[in-house]
Design a protein around this ligand. Sequence first.
Ligand code: F58
Length: 860
Amino acid sequence: MNPPVETLQQTIKVEDDRTGLSLETLKRAIADNLFYIQGKYPAIATKNDFYMALAYTVRDRLLQRWLNTTETYLKSKVKVVCYLSAEFLMGPHLSNNLVNLGIYDQVRRAVEESGLDFVELREQEEEPGLGNGGLGRLAACYMDSLASLEIPAIGYGIRYEFGIFDQEIRDGWQIEITDKWLRYGNPWEIERPEASIDVKFGGYTQAYNDENGHYRVRWIPDIIVKGVPYDTPILGYKVNTANTLRLWKAEAPESFEFEAFNVGDYYGAVNEKVVAENITKVLYPNDEPIQGKQLRLQQQYFFVSCSLQDMIRLHLHRQDSLDNFHESFAVQLNDTHPAIGVAELMRLLVDEHQIDWDRAWQITQNTFAYTNHTLLPEALEKWPLSLFGRLLPRHLQIIYEINQRFLGQVRAKYPDDHQRIARLSLIDESGEKYIRMAHLASVGSHAINGVAALHTKLLQQDVLRDFYELWPEKFTNKTNGVTPRRWIVVSNPKLAELINRKIGTNWIKHLEELKQLEAFVEDAEFRQQWRQIKQDIKRDLAEYVKKNHAIDINPQSLFDVQVKRIHEYKRQHLNALYIITLYNQIKQNPNIDVVPRTFIFGGKAAPGYFMAKLIIKLINSVAQVVNNDPDVRERLKVVFLPDYNVRFGQRVYPAADLSEQISTAGKEASGTGNMKFSMNGALTIGTLDGANIEIREEVGAENFFLFGLTTPEVYALKAKGYNPWDYYHANSQLKTVIDLISSGFFSHGDTNLFRPLVDSLLYHDQYMLFADYQSYVDCQEQVNQAYRDEEKWTRMSILNAVRMGKFSSDRAIREYCQEIWNAQPVNVEMQEYVQPKPDMGKEAQSVAAQASQAWLGAKT
Ligand code: F58
């Protein structure tokens, strides 16, 4: 006979299926989600169905923290950091969430005990590739650190339907394939249609006097687009803080459709919808700004307007007046893509909330701070004034007004310095008129920063020199950092495990503690373990390459890796010249004793960037020749691995022996791949550029392979006149390499294929490859010598990794908090979610409802 129900309730504590962590509960939760969310039973479920069931199981375990965090922020007046970025390159969420929740092993077991293959399910996840490269990935690392440091933060961006394209290689050329990442659904986001926001475009403005006789302007737009937020929880590492990444999708407002339907314009109505939805369709895949593309400006204004209106809504829920908006929010502009926010906040404060101009300007300047990510002058964003005025007529007026007042200040300080005034103006009037977005960002912000020490110095001396002379106090350096959670714990669990055994786990949140491992450098057993891990990971990569690309690589060889966007300034082709040099040496002297090397490349080229695509073709063509030549077999291998992305980064950084960071000095703002490699024990061959300089300072010059011109030397050579032919004629090894490419040796006799590349190197190479060629080749020889001495190499590898404390994004975020944002950590208490009881008091119900409405967007 069954025991009475009351007895059962007294004796058995039932674990909640959505929060419980026992193996039995996890297994049941996965099975339940498969049934109730995917609507499948195991016999008919696809791998993706199982992945989704697993992802929902993990998301359930995040929700308690996420909602507690949101509630904590809403109830208090804590300052919230808003990171405005057109790109967030998050990478796969599953493993990261499992690590941050501290339940990786447990969930893995539950999956395996359910008869499923954990790794296979993990690989099902489509990575959200909502960014191009370093800038978007930095935003993702910063979101992880903000949450891990318990700083209230919201990441605001765009929910592109198609992220960065998938890359295929056909016949050595890059082919772009649409990234349909949302095809099978995204279990990590929650749509919040009730929190939608209207954004205006086009039309005209009208001046009027309000009821108090004050002069005002209203904006009558052509079209209105609806921004719908999609929220993703960003959980910190082993804390209760789960911040929000709020990405906006553009939709047509229903009312507009109805209007058109009413007058019978069916096509017009549908077209309106298409136009609106186009705004967030696709990420621009360029690594330099595209001048003059209307859709790009629409994207920028769309997400910035949605985000600022959202902040104002949240602010007015917590406070009565907008007068202290800047105490509620610190808004960081991730490059100039969101810089239109300066004019938009002024518009919202002055036009829509009737704050007087001077006060609005103080609030605006105190709210914004601007990070610059590039030194290439051609990469500074500017918008044709005509296009700008057509799309955002009110903002153009506001920018004129800001400019007039700003230039008034400049004139007061530098009377009659007309050139300086023209240089500083927000409007470039040298030819066709343009709005200079970096100037708008600089004028509208209280802080301006570069992303590595050299970069900040060059900003001050060069790109933003006039602003630096005007406001030196606004400038600070914030050297980039990367999150050790994703870039060590998730991607290199074996290394993390070894470190944990030696010094515990504190280093995961305090990376400088890795220094304690220096004590083990002279411990032969530790070195052996270190080497073994690298070896195992290299073997895994070799298997992966064999399985996916049918290429054999030797796991004993030196893994020499260059993965990053393909760009002339990053000089992947310098690396290719070295490969050809080595190849020639072996061909000339087949018995030469070389260190076996595998050259691994990965990276996407902007679809319209011909020279970058030709560099990919060159690498693949060299690979074909080298890999099929029996004379060099077992000594040289070249592989270009297609579709480099976050997931592949996680696989390749831990497997690298050598990290190629070989940009022309003064061109790479910082680099962050350089940090990920070094943290995983790769040695760097690099120039004195970006964060390489600081990495070398930290790991010690003796543990870094330095070559090439310095920035002052590059400038001096440019000033003097760089003549590539001098190097070509003086260096027979270099000449042989170039002549071999020109001869058609790598292109089946076609002497035209690589001509544009060779011509650019010989006639107008801004990046001065030939000037650095010999120094690079010599330095690579030092690498070979060092690699021959296994113990020496291991010592260098260990010292590289354990001295990387400075390059944790936690350090970077702490600096932003203290020196720019004035933001403090906030403790989030864990409260168990309790099912609302039928007898819940009216008062309690209404308090709960108010809080949720503010967040969800009910108008206050
Ligand atoms: C990168 N910029 C820098 N831009 O090149 C790199 O040195 C730095 O480490 C990184 O930012 C983070 O600070 C970068 O990735 C882009 O991808 C933009 C995308 C949108 C168009 C303009 C370039």
